[in-house]
Write a protein that binds this ligand. Structure first.
Ligand code: ADP
Length: 255
């Protein structure tokens, strides 16, 4: 079943067409990789899917509902969660609190003064904490052990993992990962591929879109790959098909 579809999706900044008439679809349970040279429109495409940018033309459908002009909060409530290329953790909050922030739409009260909480809110909070700890323990025992540490004190790789936990805690239908292995060494990247694959054990039907420069990660994760170049979709298929596509090779070599 199709989860998200774009039709002729376009984003223009002044005279620059950053994403040009892109038709894309992802089914439930699928992992799709988006590749392309720098400046090819990958992040802009993500920003439209998550409501950060309003497309200048084209349409986005989520479970059949048109969400082309949905704002980020609404996209989140529908079940679209994302991580950011440069990471956006709350440095002065601890690891557990950072994961809980991923529930912010459901758990607005979490960081309010305890005195003002009703019993029901406290019960909800306890459930949320249990859920956050479950995600941490599943995704990384190491992170769970550090749940009381400030996010700022984590290693770089653990920060990136924490971001994924924060996105997962809301049980999204679609998880969007923006360069999850950026800044990681090859061993850390291999571990990350393993961890991301494991997500399906707890959320079998989740769909994942991942932007990556690391082709090993894309090969290890993606059922299907779309390549963008100068805002246009130039190839789509399995990793093997796309990586031997002449237009793709040319787009990368010509960078
Ligand atoms: P990628 O993620 O593939 O590196 P981007 O989506 O970041 O590519 O950028 C695609 C093009 O759109 C680039 O030429 C970039 O400079 C331009 N661009 C991205 N965001 C903006 C913006 N907010 N305003 C103007 N131009 C932008």
């Amino acid at each position: 079943m199709e989860l998200l579809t774009t039709k002729q999706l376009t984003m223009q900044f002044g005279g620059l067409v950053a994403v040009n008439k892109v038709d894309f679809t992802i089914a439930q349970g699928e992992t799709v990789g988006i590749i392309g040279p720098n400046g090819s429109g990958k992040t802009t495409f993500f920003n439209m899917l998550t409501g950060i940018y309003k497309p200048t033309a084209g349409e986005i459908y989520f479970l059949g509902q048109q969400i082309t002009e949905a704002r980020p909060d609404y996209a989140f409530r529908l079940g679209i969660a994302r991580t950011f290329q440069n990471g956006r953790l709350f440095w002065k909050l601890n690891v557990l609190e950072n994961v809980l922030m991923g529930l912010h739409s459901r758990q607005k009260s979490f960081i309010l003064d305890a005195l003002f909480r009703s019993r029901r809110e406290r019960e909800e909070e306890a459930l949320a904490v249990a859920e956050a700890q479950k995600i941490l323990s599943f995704f990384s025992q190491n992170l769970l052990q550090q749940q009381d540490k400030l996010a700022a004190s984590l290693s770089y790789a653990d920060r990136r993992r924490l971001e994924i936990c924060r996105a997962l805690v809301s049980k999204p239908k679609l998880l969007i990962l923006d360069e999850p292995s950026a800044g990681m060494d090859p061993n850390e990247t291999t571990e990350l591929v393993h961890d991301i694959r494991k997500i399906r054990e707890i959320q079998p039907q989740i769909s994942i879109i991942v932007i990556e420069h690391d082709m090993g990660l894309i090969e290890g994760l993606a059922n299907r790959v779309m390549c963008l170049s100068s805002g246009e979709k130039i190839a789509e298929g399995t990793f093997a098909e796309v990586s031997r596509d002449q237009m793709v090779i040319h787009a990368y070599l010509g960078e």
